[in-house]
Design a protein around this ligand. Structure first.
Ligand SMILES: C[S@@+](CC[C@H](N)C(=O)[O-])C[C@H]1O[C@@H](n2cnc3c(N)ncnc32)[C@H](O)[C@@H]1O
Length: 260
């Protein structure tokens, strides 16, 4: 059963982790040197993990938008020490934000939840100022299907459970589809790049196994029941030979587009 974003009991699912500092550094290296953002929107912000990361990276203010009251409750708790972040209930297709008001829109791990990319991209285009940047981060089917390794732990999920592979590849948009929708909604594609994001660092393998058991933001693992989750953890235990200092990285694609 897939995660229900609207269930209060899931409110901290996307609020408890902290983005690794390398996330914003790596994104920054894809933008023009010295680029400074004043007003950003984090669309489908979940628990505000990346709203915080944007502010930590120097963005002056961020509005987090999500269609789930439960997620926004978690986000408000997570970001209570950040007075330049505000949150607003809204749909990715109709944010109710004003026209041409923001110089950056981020959509991280959102588009695989959306059927209509054109409608969403048109909304992002509407709220961006001219020359504003739109950053989309998500996995393509190719990212998902990369094999497991000491670093790419997630690859083992799909090796072990074919049903996860099917569910995961079906919901992911392909690169050409994203590019086409960006171009057809008035964006200029600046870059489309594979992007490795550090998901977590674990001093020992036992801590990795423990984290997997209680994985926060584990939307695909919601498809497994408890005994299947045990099986998966045993499988990963056998595959990962490293006992200490494990760095887990997830593979994504980042599209950087500009409103012209
Ligand atoms: C996988 S989470 C990602 C959260 C956050 N961006 C991150 O990367 O940690 C997807 C988020 O998108 C939100 N979402 C899904 N469909 C949406 C829609 N149509 N409009 C607004 N938010 C949506 C969900 O409530 C959830 O918080």
């Amino acid at each position: 059963m897939a995660i229900d974003f609207h269930d209060e009991k899931n409110k901290m699912t996307y609020a408890s982790r902290k983005a690794n500092a390398s996330w914003s550094e790596d994104l920054e290296s894809l933008l023009p040197p010295g680029k400074h953002f004043v007003r950003a929107v984090d669309l489908g912000c979940g628990g505000g993990i990346y709203s915080k990361a944007l502010v930590d990276a120097g963005v002056e203010s961020v509005v987090g938008v999500d269609f789930s009251k439960a997620m926004l409750h978690g986000a408000k708790t997570n970001c209570e020490e950040y007075d330049t972040i505000s949150f607003q209930l809204g749909s990715a297709f109709e944010t109710a934000l004003q026209d041409e008001t923001f110089d950056l829109v981020l959509a991280r791990a959102l588009i695989h939840h959306l059927d209509d990319l054109h409608l969403f991209f048109a909304e992002a285009h509407r709220i961006l100022e001219k020359d504003g940047y739109f950053i989309v981060q998500d996995r393509t089917p190719e990212d998902v299907l990369l094999p497991g390794s000491e670093e790419h732990i997630r690859g083992y999920f799909f090796e072990k459970f074919i049903k996860l592979k099917t569910a995961e590849t079906e919901r992911r948009h392909r690169g050409p589809e994203v590019r086409k929708a960006l171009e057809e909604t008035g964006f200029t594609l600046v870059k489309e790049v594979p992007f490795w994001e550090v998901r977590g660092t674990y001093p020992s393998k036992n801590l990795l196994k423990e984290e997997l058991r209680h994985r926060i933001g584990r939307s695909i693992l919601y498809e497994l029941d408890d005994s299947e989750l045990d099986e998966l953890i045993d499988y990963i235990d056998n595959k990962v030979t490293q006992e200490r200092n494990i760095v887990e990285k997830d593979r994504w694609t980042v599209w950087i587009a500009q409103k012209k």
